[in-house]
Design a binder for this molecule. Structure first.
Ligand code: FAD
Length: 621
């Protein structure tokens, strides 16, 4: 494979955003370079060794539906799988996997190294080549110049990274890795709004010094869930348990007594931290009346004793970290393998981006991941895939693509970011999506794989598997619709005996399945069985049971969609629009929404203002 003299797309950074971006661009058939500090850290999990969870698994499955890597890597690396909210409705069910870090990185690297059209190079990117507001390439630390008209930056927590442990701090991208100082300086010269955020991680514990008998065992689910639509439980390595313990009054006293040594509470850290992943000192401060917090003890892998104590992220000094850890049940003699720390870094206001994740001011320059103010591997991966895809489409002179809010959580994520921006690390929740009932994790493939195929992201094997599943769902639904059960028949009597309600007249199996107490598996067992695969059967069941709600949500989506996609011209002069308040004019001019739908979601932009915009557009045309 010759090393090209110029590329179509260069991706800087080999974390979760960067690897999905590089893979997506290369899958699209364009010459792609992945430039990252260190080949050994491709796909590295900076913080907790887990993928998925509420809101996040939806993103992972959407990435997967579009041919991405994260879900399959999780299936190959997952050492414990659970479905959260399994007793609640399908909209909020979420698969979560504990991953072996080493296996995860290996799976990602294997995919990268075997991806046609993708070249990998280990070097820091120190500079961008920009000519008249168009990016032309990058310059590395050694002074090597790589040329491309499309560059995707996915630099994570590394831009101007400053690591804090107690009142001491030093430059770093994350523990053990260098920061990106030169590139941060260069980016601050561009007309983009930049600010600081912070995040933190707990100390890691040596499992040999922990008394697990003092903790509650938390096993994985059986049958073992699967993350990828192309995955299977056979791909999973050995499965292990997690454990639960708790902080206590003594832990909280230690933290309170030492708050003056916390970089957060002494004012040393300026960046805002993740609200939904707070440090333990933050939790004690904010929820002062709580006497205990859960700590999940999660194994870091199959070949290490290292444990991740989820819930005690901290930037307190090391001696305090040790006291905190040893105050917790089961960890009285615990040995810390790596200290916890906080990190501050530069991020760019995502309101300066288009839907494609291309910056509005430098053509061909895309941002994805933590650089846009998000937190989490899944949020990063989703943006990476989108930016990589759109960088490749730009190279192919095609229009950008982004799913709408009613099509995918990826659409919700991007729309939230570019419309509202973020002042604190943004993470995904199911509550951020208006159309939760149609945006389920279980139907991500049905929502996106066909589009992924048209875009060139989905390979033949996935496409064939998807079509087989779609056909099986249709056939089985049709079979249930046209199979009738008579009250006096053997099947009718079996039904009445099982559910204690006699059938008053004939029903189709689909009608019976719609009853809340009837499960697909039991119904099929009563009525002669079926050889439909579990994933297709799940869809048949969900679609039957929630049909009414889903249809209503779909009608609402169709109604709103009418104006949602109406484009607002780039040159629209908001200052000259009559009837709008100065405040609303200012907000519109600031965000420069691309569509009427986006304008309507800018906080403070009223429905009346949107109607005025619509009238103005009609007059203009
Ligand atoms: P990263 O995964 O950070 O990857 C960035 C990549 O870019 C790295 O490979 C790096 O080497 C490379 N790179 C950077 N600059 C350059 C350059 N100039 N040249 C070449 N290569 C470069 N997420 C949560 O959801 N919850 C948490 O509680 C949480 N805590 C965290 C705590 C810490 C201490 C850290 C470091 C991260 C934490 N995260 C947390 C965040 C999570 O790790 C990130 O959201 C996720 O990794 C972001 O992915 P990314 O691809 O944007 O960046």
């Amino acid at each position: 494979m010759d090393f090209p003299s110029r590329f179509d797309v260069i991706v800087v950074g080999g974390g979760h955003a960067g690897t999905e971006a590089a893979l997506a661009a290369a899958r699209m058939g364009v010459k792609t370079l992945l430039l990252s500090h260190n080949v050994e850290t491709l796909g590295q999990m900076s913080c907790n060794p887990a993928i998925g969870g509420i809101g996040k698994s939806h993103l992972v499955k959407e990435i997967d539906a579009l041919g991405g890597a994260m879900a399959l890597a999780t299936d190959k690396a997952g050492i414990q799988f659970r479905v959260l909210n399994s007793r609640k409705g399908p909209a909020v069910r979420a698969t979560r996997a504990q991953a072996d870090r080493v296996l995860y990185k290996a799976a990602i690297r294997h995919m990268l190294e075997n991806q046609p059209n993708l070249w990998i190079f280990q070097q820091a990117c120190d500079d961008l080549i920009v000519e008249q507001e168009q990016v032309r390439g990058v310059v590395t630390q050694m002074g090597l110049r790589f040329l491309a008209d499309n560059v995707v930056l996915t630099t994570g927590t590394f831009l101007g990274g400053l690591i804090h442990i107690g009142l001491d701090n030093y430059s770093g991208g994350r523990a053990g890795d260098p920061p990106a100082i030169a590139l941060a300086k260069r980016l601050r010269e561009l007309p983009l709004r930049v600010d600081r955020l912070k995040t933190g991680t707990p100390p890691r514990i040596d499992g040999r010094s922990v008394d697990f008998s003092q903790m509650t065992v938390q096993p994985g689910d059986t049958p073992i869930p699967v993350m990828s639509f192309m995955g299977s439980a056979e791909l999973h390595p050995e499965q292990v348990n997690c454990f639960i313990t708790h902080t206590n009054e003594r832990t909280h006293d230690i933290i309170r007594e030492n708050l003056d040594r916390s970089p957060m509470y002494s004012g040393v850290i300026e960046g805002i931290g993740p609200r939904y992943c707070p440090s333990i000192e933050d939790k004690i401060h904010r929820f002062a009346d709580k006497q205990s917090h859960q700590v999940f003890i999660e194994p870091e892998g199959l070949t290490t004793h290292e444990l991740y104590p989820n819930g005690i992220s901290t930037s307190l000094p090391f001696d305090v970290q040790l006291q905190i850890v040893q105050s917790i049940k089961g960890m009285e003699n615990a040995h810390i393998l790596r200290p916890g720390y906080a990190i501050e870094y530069d991020y760019f206001n995502p309101q300066d981006l288009k839907y494609s994740l291309e910056t509005k001011v430098i053509d061909g320059l895309f941002f994805a991941g933590q650089i846009n103010g998000t937190t989490g591997y899944e949020e990063a991966g989703a943006q990476g895939l989108l930016a990589g895809l759109n960088a490749a489409r730009r190279a192919q002179e095609l229009d950008a693509w982004c799913p709408r809010r009613d099509e995918a959580y990826i659409g919700v994520l991007v729309d939230d970011l570019i419309t509202m921006g973020t002042r604190e690390p943004y993470r995904m929740f199911t509550s951020r999506a208006e159309y939760r009932l149609v945006l389920r994790e279980d139907n991500a493939d049905l929502r996106l794989t066909e589009q992924g195929r048209e875009l060139g992201l989905v390979d033949d094997a996935r496409w064939a598997a998807f079509n087989a599943k779609r056909e099986a769902i249709e056939q089985e639904t049709q079979r249930l619709r046209s199979t009738w059960v008579q009250p006096g028949s053997a099947q009718g009597q079996a039904y009445s005996a099982q559910y204690g309600t006699p059938l008053t007249h004939e029903y189709s199996l689909l009608d019976l399945l719609r009853r809340p107490e009837v499960e697909y598996s039991a119904l099929v067992a009563l009525t002669g069985g079926s050889d439909v695969q579990a994933d297709a059967a799940e869809q048949v069941e969900i679609q039957a049971k929630y049909a009414g709600y889903i249809e209503r949500q779909q009608e609402e989506i169709d109604r709103l969609r009418q104006h949602e996609q109406t484009r607002l011209p780039d040159d629209l002069d908001y200052a000259s629009l009559n009837g709008l308040s100065n405040e609303i004019r200012g907000k519109l001019a600031d965000v420069r929404p691309e569509t009427l739908g986006q304008a309507s979601r800018i906080p403070g932009v009223t429905p009346a203002a949107v109607s005025l915009l619509l009238i103005h557009l009609k007059k203009r045309n």
